[in-house]
Design a protein around this ligand. Sequence first.
Ligand code: ADP
Ligand code: MG
Length: 435
Amino acid sequence: MRLFYPARSWQLLRSPSKRFYSGAHSPPPWRPVSAVDEWVERPIRPISLRQLTFFGRTLTEPRLISSANYVRTELPTRLAHRLRDIQQLPYVVVANPHLTLVYELYYKAFERARVVPEIRTLEDNDRFCDILREMLREHLVAIPNLAMGVLECRNLAPADEMDRLMNTLLRARISRRVIAEQHLALTETFNSPWHFPDSHDRTDMNADFVGEVFLKCKAKEVIERCGKVAQDLMGNISDSTQIPEITVKGHADATFPYILSHLEYIIGELLRNSVQAVMERYQHSTEPPPPIEVLVCETPQHVIMRISDQGGGIPREILPYLWSFSKGPRTQTRLENLGQVPAMAATMQELQVSHDRKHTDRDSYHEGSLDTLTSRPPNLRLGMGLPMSRVYAEYWAGSLELHSLEGYGVDAFLQISKLGNKNEQVTTRAAIDAV
Ligand SMILES: Nc1ncnc2c1ncn2[C@@H]1O[C@H](COP(=O)(O)OP(=O)(O)O)[C@@H](O)[C@H]1O
Ligand SMILES: [Mg+2]
């Protein structure tokens, strides 16, 4: 079966407002060069955690301006590549209202970003930052809409293709947010009155954060903090008092640079699944629930975390579909549940029912405004936790695997690249076209 109809379907999509009226059966023979065509020719320039940190460490005005111009050209380039992916989908798929909404959102952002003139002054940068903030906020509806679109199209295109698309789009979304949020954070650092206001070079070699990158992510602390959130959450939505303890052993002091919100999301989702499984299994038991054991192992290159629970393992019927956004026996319920989630930032803050967590300065900066917009009923099963966590893990060249011991429990293995010198794993058109 022929799946993609590039020449035809992108014709329909070039201008979002016209595409439904363009006549699906007779595309015009001419093909004017569109802005997307132009921008999609430009290569994506991936960045590593080390580059992000190094760049922000010696923060001077020219560096901030150059960071702004990197984001200014990189965002429309990355958007153009993803617009082209969507344009190349079969028409029945792109006509899905949820995917149309995402396409139009991306198209609007692309049109807006590509016309921003070169940034030369701090005032230019402030205006640019306003645009970035607005885009980040507007795009919070993207994940639930993508997820619904992909689920609704499960019978219109092969599920593997839809999963691949979802992975590519989510990874790209993370990548755009990383570069945009990093620049916003650097700008904020630069403008902070307490941040070496009189010095020419606003560098703080002892800073824990460089932009969004937390240089001293401590495995144990992150696990304990996320564990507490998961325990509180499950305690709040269940009558059961059978909340398992979470223990941390091994190289508990392992420290590495990472984007804290990414790590918190992954560990928060894994621990939530474990706590939930153990509580369900022990809800009518008189015995105390067995603890969830986290083992941290540090090697020269990696930090590996193994989360082991005794919650009975993954139900056999869903095991083959754990990593899929579009397949499995629960697709209909997932779709209905997603309908109740208007916006999703995919951050751990969404897991919280109350806002009692001690916020660090960073949290209040980058999520404080988001989490009020993105509350979701915490007990809704969306089937997004594991596949989304894997996208996050692989983004910085890490990995996530699950081993289910039927009738006993689950071991989840999260591997983090410690040195931070691995590039973000973005998908380029060249890589896709080569397949
Ligand atoms: N540690 C675990 N123990 C037992 N089942 C699990 C575990 N982790 C995940 N699962 C199963 O996998 C499903 C999918 O998990 P996830 O992707 O996090 O989505 P959600 O939690 O929203 O359903 C869960 O609904 C649950 O049935
Ligand atoms: Mg889950």
